[in-house]
Design a binder for this molecule. Structure first.
Ligand SMILES: [Mn+2]
Length: 327
């Protein structure tokens, strides 16, 4: 971890106002890693004003924010002297906040998603660890490299972030288990973490999933079953539902007035046997819908403003081409 370089970079700027910004629809990993990072920064720059910002947060994050009594702003509340993007690696992901960023403000990127071409252009310093299960894991390693004591609430937050992004220890490395053990020793309560991540599904989410199923198209490409559909919201949830139903990969578009979002999910088996990385697929889909895409090999997405249908078609075209190469 480039912790010492990070500290050096931060000290060279000695910022008095720091904005930590996560992606839109911030998930528990984004929220919890931003919170733990703010703890680190408060100790490094004692007098600095620090705010945690995300345009909006997802439902389970809402619960965590209220239970842990965190403060998350939806917009910039001051002119930052430094911006730290966490769990995001490009500015489209932060949504409308992008329009309010003061120019010439140094940007640091801390993220675990597959690196994005824009990252180098926008950032003066970055810590990108694609092997990390979560941004929370990266922040843990930063804290570990300092003499700062990890307080129980910080340990709990990081555990929540890791649990969420590993899908409760489904996608995990041996190292992550040792990190989790250290978080438990630092006072994180595992029961509490699980409890905070438990949510009941909204009626609107249930309806979105069922409508997605009603509108689904099944594509048989080689031996694989790919499902596509469209909804007005909860596209990621709908994708997960299709994977649970038996799809090897799923693409679901959500069309809003001024925004197109396409979510993509695949099984680990699909990724391992085809080598198709959805983050790369969605990067291309992002161009088609007039925005950007990225994410992880089996969970990715794209945001844009137009051509939802074409975006889905592009994804299928890429899959057809790649799968044809295999036979
Ligand atoms: Mn994450």
């Amino acid at each position: 971890m480039k912790t010492q370089e990070l500290i050096k970079f931060l000290n060279s700027l000695s910022p008095r106002k720091i904005a930590i910004i996560g992606h839109k629809n911030a998930d528990p990993d984004a929220i919890c890693s931003m919170y733990a990072l703010s703890y680190f920064l408060k100790n490094l720059h004692k007098d600095a004003e620090i705010s945690i910002i995300a345009e909006n947060v997802n439902k389970v994050s809402e619960k965590i924010i209220s239970e842990l009594n965190l403060t998350v702003e939806s917009t910039l509340t001051f002119k930052p002297e430094i911006i730290i993007l966490v769990d995001a690696n490009n500015l489209v992901q932060i949504g409308k906040i992008k329009e309010h960023l003061p120019s010439n403000t140094p940007i640091i990127v801390i993220d675990h998603h597959i690196s994005h071409p824009e990252t180098d252009k926008i950032s003066q310093f970055k810590i990108i660890d694609e092997k990390a299960t979560s941004s929370s894991e990266i922040i843990y390693k930063i804290l570990r490299d300092t003499t700062l004591k990890i307080e129980p609430k910080i340990a709990l937050s990081l555990l929540i972030g890791i649990l969420y992004d590993t899908r409760r220890f489904t996608i995990i490395s041996n190292e992550t288990f040792s990190i989790v053990l250290n978080l438990l020793k630092a006072g994180a309560n595992y029961e509490k973490a699980l409890d905070l991540l438990r949510t009941t599904m909204d009626r609107s989410e249930k309806l979105a999933r069922l409508k997605a199923a009603q509108r689904a198209t099944i594509h048989k490409i080689g031996d694989w079953i790919i499902v596509t559909s469209h909804v007005s919201a909860y596209e990621a949830s709908a994708c997960r539902a299709f994977i649970d139903l038996g799809a090897d990969a799923a693409f679901v578009a959500a069309e809003k007035e001024d925004e197109i979002r396409i979510s993509a999910r695949a099984t680990q088996e699909f990724f391992e046997k085809t080598g198709i990385n959805l983050a790369k697929v969605m990067e291309k889909v992002g161009h088609v819908i007039g925005g950007v895409g990225g994410g992880h090999p089996t969970a990715a997405g794209a945001n844009g403003t137009k051509n939802a249908q074409e975006g889905i078609k592009e994804a299928l075209k890429i899959l057809e081409k790649e799968i044809a190469k295999l036979s």
